[in-house]
Ligand binder design. Structure first.
Ligand SMILES: C[S@@+](CC[C@H](N)C(=O)[O-])C[C@H]1O[C@@H](n2cnc3c(N)ncnc32)[C@H](O)[C@@H]1O
Length: 191
């Protein structure tokens, strides 16, 4: 990964795993006003990490700001008018091999799912479905719970904490890369 252009807060740990914390500062509000939406600045930081990615898929897309990071969208709610109305646990309508960067932002808890009037998501099922992406595709997963992934399929490349502001929940960004060979940077995390 390259430098983000934001204050230096990411480090390469022994073994090559990128670790650090993004403190979102004053620009933490959600522009769309959508419950659980990305804080302003999040997409710009992700874009800065992956300047060469051209084919982006926003999974659990909600009201993601496509002006900042253009791409296709997937949500279970048709009202949001995503590119694909689909369940992230199946993704039957989505040509996953067409993308080189996937961003995922699922509901984090039962209470969150209720806000969207959806069922809770089985994270391990979603990450298993995402095995269909091309080798070397990156998955950037924002959550409060570590995702159980298969070490043989995905290499974990980065673990970045995200702090919004006082009285907001901490979140964690995990970056995976679809393997085509063995050898990840943050070994010992997957099963
Ligand atoms: C945390 S919000 C995402 C917000 C988004 N990052 C933004 O900036 O607006 C989670 C989204 O996941 C959607 N969702 C819930 N369950 C889903 C499922 N099984 N498959 C696809 N989308 C789902 C909800 O409709 C909601 O829009």
């Amino acid at each position: 990964m390259r430098e983000t252009g934001f204050p230096r807060s990411l480090f390469i740990a022994e073994g090559g795993c990128v670790v650090g914390t993004w403190i979102m500062g004053n620009s933490y509000h959600v522009r769309s006003g959508y419950y659980g939406g990305y804080p302003a600045g999040y997409l710009r930081r992700v874009r800065a990490l992956f300047p060469d990615k051209r084919r982006v898929l926003h999974l659990f897309s909600g009201k993601v700001d496509l002006k900042v990071l253009p791409g296709d969208t997937v949500d279970i709610s048709a009202e949001l008018k995503p590119t694909y109305v689909d369940d992230a646990q199946r993704l039957e309508r989505v040509p996953l091999d067409a993308y080189d960067l996937v961003l995922a932002d699922p509901p984090y808890s039962v209470e969150d799912a209720q806000r969207y009037q959806t069922c809770t998501v089985k994270r391990n099922v979603v990450i298993r479905v995402l095995q269909r992406v091309k080798p070397e595709t990156h998955v950037v997963w924002l959550d409060q719970v570590p995702v159980q992934y298969r070490n043989a399929t995905f290499a974990m490349e980065a673990a970045i904490g995200m702090m919004k502001s006082t009285n907001h929940r901490f979140r964690m960004i995990t970056v995976f890369q679809r393997r085509n060979t063995n050898g990840g940077r943050c070994e010992g995390r997957g099963t």
